[in-house]
Design a protein around this ligand. Structure first.
Ligand code: ASP
Length: 460
């Protein structure tokens, strides 16, 4: 390999050079927090320049902050193959055509099994090399749209992704997969549910919580199940396909407007909120849990509406919030505010004058609930009634993030606040539901064996 500092930039690169070590050096790294011994791994294109990554003797990778390093000593060198051998993805005329778009995140990285290094992989050949089961399911075409961690996804990327989806559907693909970082996957799933209307094919978002170099990685299973969903399911909606239970059994398909990342590290982090998931999917089968989903069609018609107003914010209320927060939004020209209120949809009295001013200035304001489950109910307490009088509309059981992207989308289309209200409060993609089923609340979300074991040890 020619580049001995593969993937390193900025401060991290300077450190390797200054210490006379390179990628694949077996090194002893002394830091202000102790010393570590392992192999210096290459970095992927989405990495920062503030860490070097070491594969420790126990197989785990650690990122070491450049600033904490006092010395690095090379004690050996173990060059490994960085490039995955590309195998040609076999074409089978009997299988559906599926398009995989990459936007970045952990799923866009893969393991070089020889070294355990995580490296970006995205060509069909590389994916086939690492997850050969994909070829049993579909003919996969891949295209990298972006290579970012998902906190860097935003309106520009949402518009780009929606446009690319429209282009592929019109060309006749039978399913779409979008590889995405998990952190903001639910924001992107929600906005795509609004920007891409009337899809004839499944649009499946997928990510992984653990990188492919960890034995517990969820990348392959999620990808296989996403491919199965895109190729074979009759659910023509924007969905998130991620681990159901904590073990490698099946994935759940969550509706794009009702899903949320709920745990920072569990693989089973995505949960349908206020409802039950659409389906369970495994290599063998897809079992639908409900009947009210949009069905696959054989035409190539789709409506893409990429309008978006960026001057929209979510205000997460906390006790003692001061009105200057709202005032600052008004003064900075914000056109829409989603409030995540307490309980049934409340904020404190000191905010009232600022909310009134926002209303007078034509700022569109909608109330959602911090509890996530349940509806805004502003008729129950005086507070709710008062806030409605100030011009804040209750947004039923729309999740705060969903309301945020929907308001951006609505304000992108019109300045007429009555029309905005009409768009906001008319359900388009399941973002508002008539009722939340009793069996939705943390049931049908995938068994949690640890909890079951714990409970049964007491419940004899
Ligand atoms: N921080 C990453 C991201 O959201 C995590 C992941 O990919 O799962 O891009």
């Amino acid at each position: 390999m020619s580049d001995i500092y593969k993937g390193y930039r900025g401060a991290a690169l300077a450190l390797l050079k200054a210490q006379g070590v390179r990628v694949w050096s077996d090194a002893e790294v002394t830091t202000t927090r102790g010393s570590f011994t392992g192999i210096i791994l290459p970095r992927s294109e989405t990495s920062d320049d503030k860490h070097i990554v070491l594969k420790l003797r126990n197989g785990y990778n650690v990122g070491i902050t450049v600033d904490t390093v006092t010395a690095i000593k090379e004690i050996g060198y173990k060059e490994a193959h960085y490039k995955i051998p590309e195998k040609e993805f076999p074409y089978d005329p009997g299988k559906p055509r599926v398009k995989l778009f990459g936007t970045g995140g952990t799923i866009a990285s893969r393991l070089d099994y020889r070294t355990g290094a995580v490296i970006p992989a995205f060509t069909p050949g590389e994916l086939y090399g690492s997850v050969p089961e994909l070829a049993d399911i579909c003919n996969l075409e891949t295209e990298k749209l972006y290579g970012v961690f998902s906190e860097n996804m935003g309106p520009e990327q949402w518009v780009g992704t929606a446009t690319a989806i429209g282009r592929e559907i019109r060309k006749g693909v039978q399913g779409i997969i979008i590889g995405h970082g998990t952190d903001t996957m639910h924001h992107t799933a929600a906005i795509l549910s609004f920007m891409v209307q009337n899809t004839p094919v499944p649009i499946v978002m997928v990510g992984s919580q653990r990188s492919s170099d960890r034995p517990s990685s969820d990348a392959a299973l999620n990808l296989i199940d996403a491919a199965k969903t895109a190729a074979e399911s009759d659910i023509a909606e924007v969905m998130v396909c991620m681990f159901g239970p904590t073990s490698d059994q099946y994935d759940l398909l969550h509706r794009g407007t009702r899903v949320r990342k709920m745990h920072s590290s569990y693989r089973s982090t995505f949960r349908t909120i206020g409802d039950i998931p659409i389906a369970m999917v495994s290599r063998e089968k897809i079992i639908t849990l409900r009947d009210d989903y949009k069905r696959r069609r054989s035409d190539n018609d789709v409506t893409i509406n990429t309008a978006f107003e960026e001057k929209v914010s979510i205000v997460y209320y906390y006790p003692n919030m001061k009105p200057d927060i709202i005032e600052a939004l008004i003064d900075n020209g914000y056109r829409g505010i989603i409030i995540a209120g307490t309980g049934l949809g409340h904020v404190n009295k000191p905010l009232y004058p600022a909310l009134r001013r926002a209303h007078d200035k034509g700022v569109a304001m909608y109330m959602t609930v911090q509890t996530l489950w349940g509806y805004v109910q502003m008729f129950v307490y005086d507070t709710g009634r008062d806030i409605m009088e100030l011009g804040v509309f209750p947004a039923a059981n729309m999740l705060p993030e969903v309301a945020y992207v929907k308001l951006g989308w609505a304000l992108g289309q019109t300045n007429d606040l009555a029309k905005v209200k009409d768009i906001m409060l008319t359900p388009i993609a399941g973002e508002i539901t008539e009722r939340e089923p009793h069996n939705g609340y943390l049931i049908y979300q995938g068994g949690i064996p640890e909890v079951e074991r714990f409970v049964s040890s007491f419940w004899k």
